[in-house]
Write a protein that binds this ligand. Sequence first.
Ligand code: ADP
Ligand code: MG
Length: 344
Amino acid sequence: MSTQARPDTSAPADVGSAMLSVRDLTVTFPSAEGPIRAVNGMSFDVRPRERLGIVGESGSGKSVTAQALLGLTPREHTTGSIVFEGEDLLTAPQDRLRALRGWDISYVFQDPLSALDPTRTIGHQVAQPLLLRKVPKKEAHRRAIEMLGEVGIPDPARRARNYPHQFSGGMRQRVMIAMALIGQPRLVIADEPTTALDVRVQAKIIDLLYRLTDEQGVAVVFITHDLGILAGLAERVIVMYAGRVMEECSTDELYYRSIHPYTLGLLESLPRITGPVPERLVTIGGGPPAPSRLPTGCPFHPRCQYVQPECRTTPPPLEVPPGGEHPSACLRAEWLAERPGELR
Ligand code: ADP
Ligand code: MG
């Protein structure tokens, strides 16, 4: 997918102190067949204004991670810490979380229809974050119309009086972006914001999200199964598999100097021409393990072309291997680091 106006991802990231600090995040759902560990010890930081990509196949635990960041996973099933601007979201009172959500931290999800209220006008829903903050009604509606114009809704004053079913999928996703940005958040979580859309509409929506968050200086966690989308969109990328971080690096390193077999497999399955990216790896085959039946050792070992006997028993730590530049959770990361670019 081609997108325009992207940052120079080879420039060093602005290494400020973290705005969001996630440590050992684990989300375990109970089920009749035993506990489902959808997120399994994730740790990462997001800095102010940074764009962090989280990539992994469908079923890797990306959406559950996004829900946890928004305080939407049940507390009793969520452990670790999620510190946003010094405040741990996993212990903050629920009313504080509600105040943060949709205001300081907002979100754009894959399916705008389920996030929009069919009984309320578009204008009202876009104004909602402001109304909740006691912005006078008239002012809130004026700003909602302005925001609808910003996201490219034609004739926004008239269209604000429409209901969600009167909008196309692409327009509804624009409305979601307007809702996410009207409160001037400091962090936006975008979970597959374009996956449900026509390929032609996808690039437009991504460019819009990119431009507006860039103008507002908002940090973005951009979640996708499509590695190709992240080029130039994110400065840093986390590759996720079976609820864990497999590799973490700059976007450039990811494309040119990956040292994790899973990432190499994802790169290999990128189509050579523009087109929709499959949600499953074509080159490696199979899919991520069910979180209730995780393999022993490295969770990727049953699909890994570089598997060694110890991979079946020893869980790989996430660390920078000798000769490597960034962390990789692979017992063979050192071996891979000695072969830059040879493996693709
Ligand atoms: P992704 O977004 O990467 O495609 P998800 O985060 O949606 O993956 O899901 C990760 C795993 O957790 C999947 O196997 C999914 O079935 C499981 N899962 C997600 N939500 C729940 C839930 N509420 N209860 C039980 N299992 C869940
Ligand atoms: Mg998802």
